[in-house]
Design a protein around this ligand. Structure first.
Ligand SMILES: *Cc1c(COP(=O)(O)O)cnc(C)c1O
Length: 365
């Protein structure tokens, strides 16, 4: 027997979520984002599960791309943050990696590289997020210098990233799209007609068909959680991929006035039954989870009580029928959306999934 804590990863749900993204944007190519260990789900397993349908993959850095190559993934792999040193351009050329070019240092590194095969590049435009990318007024000149270079394949993709795509009350996505179209027009006006473009992340794939371009870049939606904090028709069709489960490892009854856990952060107001669960912040369950965060014990929602420990949490199961050691617990997944846990912790489901440490075995089905 082993510790009952594990993350079940439903690869069919993953494929279904990919198919949904592709069906919502039939004229776009859908590039799964598998950075950060595929948002905690296991980068190699996720890429292998999508290898037959995905035209390319997106990762943050070259180290991630090389792990995929070593695992036999043959598709182009886009480095979303581009290169961090000139020698990475050589490796990218050898390994068939695509490079984001987000600034002049990266541009010069590609232009000056001594490479036998040209590389594919994506040109990043800063349309208002102010994190990466060239100012819109510079992109025509940058595009020109890239397309003149023998180091770079003809088909350059012009790309940008949305800052507020999940916020329907904001008009910032419209502003970013307008800025993007102006930048693209400025490039086209120099006679470039090979232009390809890319904008949409999960939220805009689901809710903004007008943002779909040659390439869409879904991340979070592939893993079956909604990027929105309200219901949305397409998001409602997503299937959770990770179900984090554990089991009851101890049960006790306590009296009124008795406290539970480190620092005695919860005090019983009635005679209570406390179940101890074998999962803690060392297993990616957030230490910030307050009293009242929902936990499913035998499929029924019960409130977390007391502080989250490194290896355990405690749950008030007073209202359940007999709870016993070994009973099943779901922390998030098929029956409890990760976003609900995240709300209690003032964070995003993105963070909870992505921080899942290696101590938690991933079991693929
Ligand atoms: C991570 C990332 C995405 C995916 O964002 P989601 O909200 O997870 O869909 C898309 N584009 C870029 C540039 C990213 O870094």
């Amino acid at each position: 027997m082993s510790r009952p804590t594990l993350a079940m990863i439903d690869l069919q749900a993953l494929r279904d979520n990919f198919a949904l993204a592709q069906s919502l944007a039939a004229d776009s190519q859908t590039m799964p984002m598998v950075k950060a260990n595929a948002y905690g789900h296991g980068m190699v397993e996720v890429a292998q599960a999508l290898a037959e349908v995905a035209p390319a993959f997106g990762v943050a850095c070259i180290e991630e791309a090389l792990v995929l190559r070593d695992a036999g993934i043959c598709q182009p792999i886009l480095l979303l943050e581009g290169t961090f040193s000139a020698d990475e351009v050589n490796t990218a050329a050898l390994k068939g990696l695509w490079l984001m070019v987000e600034n002049h240092v990266q541009k010069e590194a590609v232009l000056n590289a001594d490479i036998a095969q040209p590389v594919n590049v994506w040109l990043g435009v800063d349309t208002g997020m102010h994190r990466l990318g060239f100012p819109p007024e510079d992109v025509a000149a940058v595009y020109q210098s890239l397309s003149d270079s023998r180091n770079i394949n003809d088909q350059i993709v012009v790309a940008s990233h949305f800052a507020c795509a999940e916020d329907f009350a904001s008009d910032f996505t419209d502003q970013q799209m307008a800025t993007f179209e102006q930048a693209v027009a400025s490039i086209a006006s120099t006679g470039q007609d090979q232009l390809k473009t890319s904008l949409a992340n999960s939220a805009s794939i689901l809710a903004r068909p007008d943002s779909h371009r040659d390439w869409n870049r879904p991340g979070y939606l592939l893993y079956g959680a909604s990027p929105f904090d309200h219901t949305q028709d397409n998001a409602a069709k997503l299937k959770p991929v990770m179900t984090l489960t554990s089991a009851v490892i101890s049960v006790r009854n306590i009296d009124v006035g008795e406290k539970v856990g480190y620092s005695g952060k919860w005090c019983a107001e009635r005679p209570s039954t406390i179940a101890t669960i074998g999962i803690g912040y060392g297993d990616g369950y957030p230490r910030s989870a307050p009293n009242g965060t929902p936990v499913l014990v035998n499929g029924i929602e019960c409130p977390l009580v007391g502080s989250v420990s490194m290896d355990m949490i405690t749950v008030d199961v007073t209202d359940l029928e007999a709870v016993a050691i070994g009973d099943s617990v779901e922390l998030w997944g098929e029956q409890l959306p990760v976003n609900r846990v995240a709300e209690h912790c003032a964070t995003l489901g993105y963070e909870l999934l992505t921080r899942m440490p290696l101590r938690v075995p991933r079991v693929y089905k």
